[in-house]
Ligand binder design. Structure first.
Ligand SMILES: NC(=O)c1ccc[n+]([C@@H]2O[C@H](COP(=O)([O-])OP(=O)(O)OC[C@H]3O[C@@H](n4cnc5c(N)ncnc54)[C@H](O)[C@@H]3O)[C@@H](O)[C@H]2O)c1
Length: 442
């Protein structure tokens, strides 16, 4: 279609918007249009978004640490700066936000942004509690025809994720029987840091604390390198969920992508003795999931901080796979890390004749750049791989592991109602209290 014919055809539709047979889109949301984005949390993990964001229009930068602005402004000179994300979200020309702040502010910023009709990319974990995950997921589902969301589990774009899913769904291990996911990061802390010094005038500590209860300032919370500073605060109950929300969110994603699960019907967990300040380093949580249309009911287990599942063979040292997933089936076992997979048929009878490999044209196409998928979704079909529905369910499951750990007994869970049915006291652990002036749904 040449330009003259195109314009004629466009006029005939009377809409100024035309979808060509190739699928190209012209009009307000054309892919060529740049998105007006706010980056909230501009250093650390925020830096990993600079390259992708530089192809868009970064109109706002927000950070509680004013020292971070000069560097960010070099990259995004046109942006306005804020220390309070609530003020930032009021900027009128915003269309989308990228959230790279602490875990204890994710759900708030994401919720307030969705309430303002903004597309949201939020670093993992999107929420710390069952309630936060459910509120975010419900808000996203109510608006999914208008906004695109993506949880920051960028390893999802590794081709291995799709290969693992294909092997499991196509029956390479036979009928699926159980799923085991683990991570060996161990960050031990005795308790919150004691008061030490005062925050510099350029660091807005009260704003950093945000919705969480106040704790005295200590520079130790801010002593980590870029993108790893989260390891200075994410193990404290009021600032994070430890490895459950840290590597757990990435690694469970490897399994979640392959099992088409919803919410578990029961959960049990055990780990380190309870510390009111610090989340457990060692933790094992088991989640029972009902059958779906292609597999039976399965138990999904999460192991962290030294706990590990039993290896399929004594000569396989799962501890050497820092973060991995294992799928046990009637005919064999699949062991995977983020980039590799290994199929172990169960016995001589598991000759793989029951399993048909895919033809080249049946293989899932590469998803491409993870952050880019979200940018494209914001401007087009709103479809992302790790939206707040998919990731919200997974993060809610993981948060339930901590609830069962605190309750100290097996919990029956009504996923529809979001309630524990056999332990009224455990329902108190589904949510956390916020400081006055910091509502989740603002
Ligand atoms: N996807 C990944 O692979 C990956 C890797 C590292 C970190 N992360 C996630 O990214 C997030 C940030 O981690 P980090 O190590 O960069 O932490 P960080 O402590 O370095 O914080 C990042 C930036 O956000 C700013 N900030 C913190 N709270 C803020 C608030 N309320 N408002 C505005 N700015 C705020 C900080 O001053 C800093 O500049 C965490 O949630 C972490 O889980 C994800």
């Amino acid at each position: 279609m040449n330009r003259r014919h195109f314009l004629k055809a466009a006029a005939a539709t009377g809409s100024g918007l035309l979808i060509l047979p190739s699928g190209s889109l012209f009009g307000q949301n054309a892919p060529s249009k740049k998105l007006n984005v706010a980056l909230i949390g501009v250093w650390g993990r925020g830096l990993a978004h600079y390259e992708g964001l530089s192809k868009e229009n970064v109109v706002a930068l927000c950070d509680v640490n004013e020292e971070r602005f000069p560097e960010a402004l070099k990259k995004f000179p046109g942006a306005k700066t804020y220390v309070d994300w609530r003020k930032c979200l009021e900027q009128k020309d915003l269309e989308a936000v990228v959230i790279c702040t602490t875990d204890h502010s994710h759900a708030h910023v994401a919720m307030w942004a969705m309430n303002r009709g903004l597309h949201v990319y939020c670093e993992k974990p999107i929420g710390m509690t069952v309630e936060e995950c459910r509120v975010l997921r419900a808000a996203y589902l109510a608006k999914k025809n208008k906004i695109a969301t993506q949880a920051g589990t960028q390893r999802h774009a590794n081709p291995n994720f799709a290969r693992v899913r294909e092997l499991i769904k196509d029956g390479a291990v036979g009928e699926l029987q159980g799923v085991f996911v683990w991570g060996n990061r161990q960050l031990r802390r005795p308790g919150y840091l004691p008061a030490e010094g005062a925050p510099p005038a350029t660091f807005h500590y009260d704003q950093w604390i945000g919705p969480s209860p106040m704790h005295p300032y200590n520079p130790g919370y801010f002593s980590g390198g870029p993108g790893a500073n989260c390891l200075q605060w994410n193990m404290y109950w009021d600032f994070g969920t430890g490895q459950v929300g840290d590597m757990g969110n990435h690694t469970m994603d490897l399994a979640w992508n392959a099992i088409d699960a919803g919410l578990p019907t029961s959960v049990e967990a055990k780990g380190d003795p309870f510390n009111p300040d610090v989340t457990p380093v060692e933790l094992t949580a088991h989640f029972n999931h009902p059958a779906n249309d292609w597999r039976p009911a399965i138990r999904v287990s999460w192991y962290q901080g030294g706990a590990l599942p039993t290896p399929p063979k004594p000569w396989i040292d799962l501890n050497k796979i820092g973060h991995g997933a294992m799928f046990k089936g009637a005919k064999g076992v699949l062991v995977a890390d983020f980039n590799t997979r290994m199929l172990i048929p169960a016995a001589d009878t598991s000759d793989l004749t029951y399993y048909k490999t895919r033809k080249p044209d049946e293989v899932t196409p590469p998803m491409g750049n993870f952050q880019e998928e979200w940018f494209k979704a914001c401007k087009g079909n709103l479809k992302t791989s790790c939206n707040f529905d998919y990731n919200g369910l997974m993060t809610e499951q993981m948060a339930l592991g901590l609830v069962a750990y605190r309750a100290g007994k097996k919990l029956e869970y009504d996923g529809k109602a979001g309630r524990v049915t056999n332990s009224p006291e455990a329902n108190a652990y589904l949510k956390r209290e916020y400081r006055a002036g910091w509502p989740l749904n603002g």
